[in-house]
Design a protein around this ligand. Structure first.
Ligand SMILES: [Zn+2]
Length: 234
């Protein structure tokens, strides 16, 4: 199966579904990890251009640890916009290039705009990428991929309906997250959290809910053309 995971910022996928991504690759699926925003506005010590470059390197390293291909769309932080035609085209092209059967992205009610707008961009593009007369220079995708929303940050307001046991992949998830070295200090200084410790707690909490040591939670996008009769998650 080809899987496309799309997060807003360079560390979101690792934090919110990194164990599932590692497990998908371990089970032989072909994964592309993409961040839409560049992570270029969260630093007390670097310029925007510097932090953009640093975070691209970190994200590539994290994808490498997962065994995934990596893509980045380069939008500035805070500017993700589901009604922007250029951004819609970028996401359509991303889907057309990667041709996924399964797409993972943010839930629509997360704590900040970029997450919610990326969710909107991806859900919309999962359909519009199949329209042959919507021309982007890349052939239309041949199916409307199933879309699953992954957890919100800290699980606030998100009630999973499907869980993935990531007990055997927790250390990979944390290694992927730790590749975002610049974020460990940013989140400590700006938000007062040790994100590696919190990631372990959040993953243990979803595990507690689902009867395993560590798990991640998802809600499928239940609409016409995106429903499936079989489970696609591991
Ligand atoms: Zn984010």
């Amino acid at each position: 199966m080809r899987v496309l995971a799309v997060g807003a910022h360079p560390d979101d996928l690792e934090l919110l579904c990194g164990g599932t991504l590692a497990r998908l690759v371990a089970e032989g699926h072909e994964l592309t990890m993409c961040h839409v925003c560049a992570g270029d506005r969260g630093s007390f010590v670097h310029s925007s251009e510097q932090v953009r470059a640093i975070r691209l390197v970190e994200a590539r390293r994290a994808a490498e640890i997962a065994g995934a291909a990596h893509a980045a769309l380069g939008i500035s932080d805070g500017e993700a916009d589901g009604s922007d035609p250029e951004q819609r085209q970028l996401v359509i092209d991303l889907i057309r290039r990667t041709r996924p059967q399964l797409v993972l992205t943010h839930a629509p009610g997360d704590y900040m705009r970029d997450h919610n707008e990326v969710s909107r961009l991806v859900v919309d593009a999962s359909f519009t990428s199949t329209l042959p007369l919507l021309e982007t220079g890349t052939p239309a995708h041949d199916e409307v991929a199933a879309v699953y929303h992954f957890d919100t940050v800290a699980g606030v307001g998100f009630s999973p309906t499907e869980y993935v046991d990531v007990t055997d992949h927790l250390e990979t998830k944390l290694a992927m997250l730790a590749a975002h070295d610049s974020q460990l200090s940013w989140l400590r200084d700006h938000d007062g959290v040790d994100i590696l410790e919190r990631a372990r707690i959040a993953t243990a909490y979803r595990g507690f809910q689902s009867g395993v040591d560590y798990a991640e939670g998802f809600v499928p996008c239940r609409t016409w053309l995106r429903n499936r009769t079989t489970r696609l998650l591991p």
